[in-house]
Write a protein that binds this ligand. Sequence first.
Ligand SMILES: Cc1cc2nc3c(=O)[nH]c(=O)nc-3n(C[C@H](O)[C@H](O)[C@H](O)COP(=O)(O)O)c2cc1C
Length: 295
Amino acid sequence: MNITDYITGTVIKGLGNGHKFGFPTANVEPDMPVMLEKGAYAAWVRYDGKRHKGMLYVGTRPTLDLRELIYEIHIIDAKPNLYGKRIAFKPVYKIAEEKRFKNETELVNALCKYKEKVKHILSPFYSHHFTVTKTHLKDIMEIIGQAKRRMKEQGLDQWQDGYPGEAAILNDIKHKQGHFFIKKLEPAAYAAIVFDKDPYYEKIDGRWLSDGEPYVVVHRLAVADEFLGLDLAKHILKFAERKARAKGVRWFRIDTHHDNLPMRNLIRDFGFTLCGVVRVRDGKRMAYEKRVPEK
Ligand SMILES: Cc1cc2nc3c(=O)[nH]c(=O)nc-3n(C[C@H](O)[C@H](O)[C@H](O)COP(=O)(O)O)c2cc1C
């Protein structure tokens, strides 16, 4: 998740304790005030015209009983002498809260773990997901906006009436059912994975496979333009199945517009059975169901 853009500053003299620990750091004096929560971050760092992997610490070093708020960066897999140099850093993902460690050994053990995590997070193959909060609203609306634009371009009248708008997403957030899927450190897709009964599914012109049993539904699935063609939607359906299995839910329902052929193909290929037609806010939808596979 992009927390912020590059922050520029100058490397100033620190206390130099990091060398003793095997984690030398560059203490940065930012050019402008920085609004960043205390904690440890995976960060891209630029100096001498090149980009490097780094881990950033924003905090007061409570382990050493210090009070001053500092910005420290440890460069991964390089030991440059950065004192006095211009530097820019971009925190991309918060990996830990600030802690008061019992002793230096615990601090160093934690830093070793952070380092592995940062390497993993900043690798080009990294992908992960998380439950969204209000801070992600703008990014979610951007992805949904892109999906709406594509539907419009394809002449589809799905999602052309303002839905899903912020209210629907805020409701997902409130019920902890909104998920972000991250690829290459960018928000790549959004989906709501819902375990509540869907009122629109109460009446169907046709017949559901299951009858009265709990089911999971994937709603508001949207993939960012940049990440189309990577099977992300399939990945999300699989993820919903894993969640359903973990909850002991055995049925999976989904609906889509009659003319949304890419989605209908995906749904069919994913083993769903077309059960009939349901009526949602803005019209009719093809309704599908499948049994959640055992494994
Ligand atoms: C990624 C990272 C996370 C850190 N997290 C903490 C922390 O949670 N608590 C803490 O007291 N110090 C933390 N430290 C700071 C170390 O205490 C600090 O790097 C060390 O004291 C050396 O500082 P100096 O080189 O300015 O003397 C962290 C440092 C890094 C690089």
